[in-house]
Design a binder for this molecule. Structure first.
Ligand code: NDP
Length: 331
């Protein structure tokens, strides 16, 4: 079959396109401009006409994906802004929510052959910040970030604005499905990954141009960090494992209608520095300083194992391959 991948030039989506092509799917990659697509055509040239591009300049417009969804059997919607310099929360919320609604609407009206849609949400739509450590599951919803973003507006912390955009866009997707029950020839799978790290295969001229999560990872290895920073952390998943989860979400019938957390585990930054090869030239932080940390947030990922058959890479492998990627790029 043929799969439409939105945001095809992104950190995650480039791996996803590669794995779909390797699995035998044809792929239509949606990008915002021909220039962004040209690099992808080069990267996937070996697959000939199994990889094609569609340019969708503004994903927030009604009907934006009407042509893009024609003739595809499935959709993987990854396009959504993840950056920490939005002044107004709507700079993230509008493209996240309207982009999701417009692709679902186009699938409803123009996607006659679409059987399944996978939306990349986030653990940001699951977690809430609190005093006590907690293990979150798919039953948890982040109601805090949308509320705080609405109340605080421009004064809201950058991560709050982003988390609000992911919680609201995922909610909009489930509400759309509920509203159009009985009219859809497709079902919805939502994946909720934690921070995505790992090697990059999309064109990135310099570390400063990395996507937000990969750039933060690189910064920890290359810029001085104080002890408090090194003892701070979150949860993570290797980009290759998450891309595989997106492929498996098309292959597993029982994934339909499910919200699935995809996460390898918790970390603090010092643990990443400790996990990297000893021989690497990157900073070592304060080795062992993370030994007694308590992880504030963890995720129950049994559903990803049961429904998708996920197995997760560990920190050593991801650290090793990421460092090797930087070295190969001369960073
Ligand atoms: P990237 O920034 O590498 O890719 C994002 C993609 O979305 C790009 O193709 C980008 O296009 C597109 N995009 C961003 N904003 C817009 C917009 N306003 N209109 C149209 N397209 C847009 O991000 P990732 O690969 O890290 O993220 C992929 C998905 O995973 C996103 O949905 C993100 O929210 C989610 N996610 C990411 C996490 C992470 O740690 N990275 C963690 C959890 C979820 P362009 O290049 O043209 O800007």
């Amino acid at each position: 079959g043929k799969v439409l991948v939105s945001g095809a030039n992104g950190f995650l989506a480039t791996w996803l396109v590669r794995y779909l092509l390797e699995a035998g799917f044809a792929v239509r990659g949606a990008v915002r401009s021909p220039a962004k697509g040209a690099r992808l055509l080069e990267a996937f040239a070996q697959y000939g006409d199994r990889f094609e591009l569609v340019v969708v300049p503004d994903i927030t417009k009604d009907g934006a994906f009407d042509e893009a969804v024609e003739g595809v059997n499935a959709i993987e919607h990854t396009a959504s802004p993840f950056h920490l310099d939005a002044a107004d929360p709507d700079e993230l919320i509008v493209p996240a929510v309207q982009g999701t609604l417009s692709i679902l609407q186009s699938a409803l009206t123009h996607g006659k052959s679409v059987k399944r849609i996978v939306v990349t949400s986030s653990s940001a739509a699951v977690l809430q910040i609190q005093a006590e450590p907690k293990t979150f599951s798919e039953l948890d919803w982040n109601e805090q970030a949308p509320r705080d973003a609405a109340e605080m507006g421009r004064a809201a912390p950058a991560m709050t604005k982003y988390r609000a955009s992911k919680a609201l866009s995922e909610r909009a997707a489930w509400d759309f499905v509920e509203r159009h029950k009985g009219q859809l020839n497709w079902d919805l799978v939502v994946l909720n990954p934690s921070f995505i790290y790992g090697p990059t295969i999309h064109p990135v001229p310099a570390p400063a141009q990395l996507n937000t999560s990969a750039r933060q990872f690189h910064t920890i290895f290359t810029a001085p960090a104080d002890a408090a920073t090194l003892r701070g952390g979150a949860c993570w998943v290797d980009v290759r494992d998450l891309a595989r989860a997106h492929v498996l979400s098309l292959l597993k019938a029982e994934a339909g209608g499910e919200r699935i957390i995809v996460s390898a585990g918790a970390y603090v930054w010092q643990e990443w520095l400790d996990a990297a090869p000893r021989s690497s030239k990157y900073q070592k932080g304060i080795p062992g300083a993370a030994k007694d940390v308590v992880h504030q947030i963890e995720y129950d990922v049994r559903k990803s194992v049961r429904v998708l058959g996920m197995a997760y890479r560990g920190m050593e492998e991801t650290a090793r391959d990421t460092v090797a990627d930087w070295e190969a790029r001369g960073w």
